[in-house]
Design a protein around this ligand. Sequence first.
Ligand SMILES: Cc1cc2nc3c(=O)[nH]c(=O)nc-3n(C[C@H](O)[C@H](O)[C@H](O)COP(=O)(O)OP(=O)(O)OC[C@H]3O[C@@H](n4cnc5c(N)ncnc54)[C@H](O)[C@@H]3O)c2cc1C
Length: 394
Amino acid sequence: MADIDTDILIIGGGVAGSAAAYGLSKEGYKVLLLEKSEKPQDTARGDHIQPAVSEILGKWNILEAFFNNGARKRAGSLWFDEDANFLMDANVSKLEIPEPYFMFMNHEDISNVFVSSAEENKGFSFLCPILSCAHIDTNANESIFEIKLKDGETQTAATKMIIIADGVASNMGRFFEFERSAFRYEKALAVLFSDEYEADEFNNLRTYLTDRGIVTMIPRAKGGCKIGLTIGRDEIKEWKKMTSKEHQNFIGGLVPIYENLKMYSAGIYPPSMIIAENWTKDNIVLMGDACHGLHPGRSQGMNTTIKCIDHLLDLLPPNETFEKKNVIQSLNQYQKLMKSNINELLEANHAMGISMDNFDKKSKVQEIEKFKFLEKNFEEGQSYRMKSAGYGVF
Ligand SMILES: Cc1cc2nc3c(=O)[nH]c(=O)nc-3n(C[C@H](O)[C@H](O)[C@H](O)COP(=O)(O)OP(=O)(O)OC[C@H]3O[C@@H](n4cnc5c(N)ncnc54)[C@H](O)[C@@H]3O)c2cc1C
């Protein structure tokens, strides 16, 4: 007899694990969520939620909790050249969709909202921080794990289904021998914060096309902004040594209207695309970056994950027949459906990563023409806005 008897064990309490924990526990399944770190999630990561995903969160009855906990709305993105000449307003507020705005919230707060909302569901338990979680056995009905807590206590858990959501390194995925293919992009994403930046009344994200790639000013939910740009991997060492003033001069050199904006470094993210060959195996499913680590340039990692969880919820057996053999069948269906659905998104995301790697003056001119065209041509512009809102691509 295990100490904890659960329907679903989730390993990893980032956005993927916590969103899955909320979505599944609200359906009445018993869920045990494990997280090894007591620290807040990295605040510089995903904070931009697409309208299509807000629609899902509305269906899950958690959208209001996001706004009650400080999430905010933005109309969309504005595109400019490096001299701040306007190119396109990719605003989603006039689209005929249920939630015509992007929702944004600091990354660490997103998983907190999922976890605290899951805590209202009867069958939810959360162990954090844990030291380790070791697989002991899987038999015909369940899988058994041994969990070591930080205070030295050890507990065993028996589960019918396992969700591995332990991020891009996915040691658990490796342990269960999930094969993954990886592509390493040339350019890294450098992120800076500015506490002084003032957003416009619609909290628009502003993207500037410069000779060396895009520079994006992303308003943050608690004020200020996050600044994103690509740097060469060979520039990382130098970038790390630079002072805040030098970062400011660098950004001001690219987009002169920001030459006086104070800023400081928030992190460097060398992107890779990591795709699991199989998303499921027996009663195990990979979720989030453990399954599909995407280039962050299109803000899709977290958004894609929440869409995947929503599909999984539709396919799982109901409570009354939630047994390992039925779970395996549902997971097979899920894998079939998702792998074909997501291909287009992965290809588009990869193409964008490659174009960010190869961005040069010529690409800048082409991109400027593209955004001018989208601004002038209503149909094409709306189709671009719908895609950026998360509709039409899976
Ligand atoms: C700069 C940047 C900006 C981004 N912007 C966006 C955006 O705007 N929109 C968007 O959709 N996406 C965005 N992304 C991507 C998004 O942040 C990620 O896709 C998402 O955070 C991945 O969540 P995850 O839960 O899969 O993994 P993680 O966030 O890595 O979480 C994994 C968790 O598992 C825990 N863990 C690991 N091993 C174990 C273990 N053995 N036992 C228990 N716990 C364990 C870790 O401590 C961690 O908390 C961005 C990424 C970057 C880098």
